[in-house]
Design a protein around this ligand. Structure first.
Ligand code: SF4
Length: 81
C-alpha cells in the first residue's frame, strides 16, 4: 500500500499555475485553465493519487504550500479495515 496520497480539490482551482511550475511531473494545466494531477482518479469531491517516496512527497508538499487557495493536500494513507 502506498505511504501517502495527494488530494486535489480541483473545482476550487484558480488556475494560477504554481503547482505545474513547481512539480511538472505530477501537475499540468488543462486546456480549460485548471490544474490536473496526472494519473489521478476522481473520488467523491476531489481527485487523488498514491505516492510512495519521500522525494515525491516533498515535491508535492512544495506545490501544496505554494497553492494560494490550499486545495492540494499531501496526507498519510490510512489503512483500510
Ligand atoms: S497551485 Fe492551486 S490554484 Fe494554482 S493551479 Fe495549482 S491547484 Fe490551481
Amino acid at each position: 500500500m502506498a505511504k501517502y496520497k495527494i488530494l486535489h480539490y480541483k473545482k476550487e482551482c484558480i488556475s494560477c499555475g504554481a503547482c505545474a511550475a513547481i512539480c511538472p511531473d505530477f501537475w499540468t494545466m488543462d486546456d480549460d485553465g485548471a490544474a490536473t494531477l496526472k494519473e489521478s482518479v476522481l473520488v467523491d469531491d476531489h481527485y487523488e493519487r498514491d505516492i510512495n517516496s519521500e522525494d515525491e512527497k516533498a515535491r508535492n508538499q512544495e506545490a501544496a504550500d505554494a497553492c494560494p487557495v490550499q486545495i492540494i493536500k499531501v496526507v498519510a494513507n490510512e489503512k483500510k479495515k
